[in-house]
Design a protein around this ligand. Structure first.
Ligand code: ZN
Length: 370
């Protein structure tokens, strides 16, 4: 490849739109390009583009591959801003643009929706998630066993609910969940399926977890996006004066931290192993990662209200032990490794040092109703 071409490509990379990845917008490892689409990509997104096949996207390394004059010319004519203006012209605000920290299904399906299915060029293709209603079967884990069974799910934003039915029974829905309070998170590892996700909601002051999957990745993303769309519609009605970007914040939230910890009982009972999930400002502990109802859950407030997390200061304390102080009680906890302990302390400290949002305060009031 001529020195001249390499120079041109490096100059193009410095343009504002090209310095971050066309798809995930991250600024690291933007050393790849799709030469037929005319976009610059990070390493992770380039990997997904490669899986689309060369008819849709032809991936090249800027540093390592040879570029001919025509290809370089195309890159300079197009570039991220020009191409995104086309391929994201009707990208809905509620559609989640994944970052490189998100799970594979979110990253891959965003790119497939954008270039392969062109859902953001032709809004009619958004019908499976944009109509505020959705109905279909999902595989749901049984409450008391590990078996997954097909269950009918219905989203109805007019009545503000997600319903599911055990069978085609005349008895009515097994549960009716207010849309406003639903969180939906992809948890493929926990469920053991690349399209596995968890829906959490509050019922009578306690969290309920549903563990679900469907065989088709697009269908799983359609459910995820349909819930986000219906939640936004509810927020639009409730807060007509607020700006759309603000309403789209936290339509769904990834779990901030998850994993096994050992926890002492409130009367100094011996350590028991529990699965902990930090969902926004709610810390749940469960007897099993796939428990439908947590053993306990606690709201994590702000440091000024008396919340803190720190290494244990007890005599003869173990280096894996740490203490979470809440207004209700102190939790003596123990991680399985130093890395795990650090991970939890960082995640909890982040929550404790951030002021609660109005949604956090609502969550707190729902938890305290018990
Ligand atoms: Zn990217």
């Amino acid at each position: 490849m001529s020195e001249r071409n390499r120079q041109v490509l490096n100059e193009l990379l410095k343009k504002p739109g090209n310095s971050c990845c066309a798809d995930c917008k991250c600024e690291e490892n933007v050393e790849w390009a799709s030469c037929n689409l005319g976009i610059f990509l990070c390493q992770d997104c380039a990997g997904i583009h490669r899986s689309l096949g060369v008819d849709t996207s032809r991936v090249k390394s800027i540093k390592l591959d040879n570029w001919d004059d025509d290809q370089v010319m195309k890159m300079s004519e197009k570039g991220n801003d020009v191409v995104n203006k086309k391929y994201e012209q009707h990208l809905p605000k509620y559609y989640m643009r994944p970052t490189r920290h998100d799970v594979e299904i979110l990253r891959a399906q965003f790119i497939r929706a954008k270039y392969e299915r062109m859902e953001f060029v032709y809004p009619a293709k958004q019908a499976p998630y944009s109509s505020n209603t959705k109905e279909g079967n999902l595989m749901k884990k049984g409450k008391h066993d590990k078996k997954y069974n097909p269950r009918r799910f219905i989203i109805n934003s007019k009545d503000n609910c997600l319903q599911y039915f055990n069978k085609e029974s005349p008895k009515g829905p097994k549960d009716t969940v207010p849309l406003d309070d639903i969180n939906i998170v992809f948890v493929p590892e926990k469920i053991g399926n690349p399209n596995g996700f968890q829906i959490s909601y509050m019922k009578n002051g306690t969290t309920r977890n549903l563990f679900l999957y469907c065989d088709d990745s697009k269908e799983a993303i359609d459910w995820f996006t349909a819930i986000r769309c219906a939640k936004l519609e509810r927020r639009r009605l409730a807060f007509p004066d607020r700006n759309e970007d603000e309403l789209c914040k936290d339509l769904t939230s990834n779990f901030l931290c998850e994993g096994f910890l050992w926890k002492k009982g409130p009367r100094n009972e011996p350590y028991k192993k529990r699965w902990f999930t930090l969902d926004r400002r709610k810390l749940m502990y469960l007897s099993d990662p796939l428990s439908p109802i947590p053993k306990g859950e606690v709201y994590i407030g702000h440091k000024d209200a008396g919340y803190s997390v720190a290494n244990s200061t007890k005599n003869k304390s173990d280096i894996l032990e740490f203490v979470l102080e809440t207004t209700e009680r102190g939790f003596e906890l123990k991680a399985e490794s130093i890395e795990d302990k650090e991970k939890w302390i960082v995640a909890l400290t982040n929550v404790i040092t951030n002021p609660p949002t109005p949604q956090d305060i609502k969550m707190c009031s729902m938890m305290n109703r018990r």
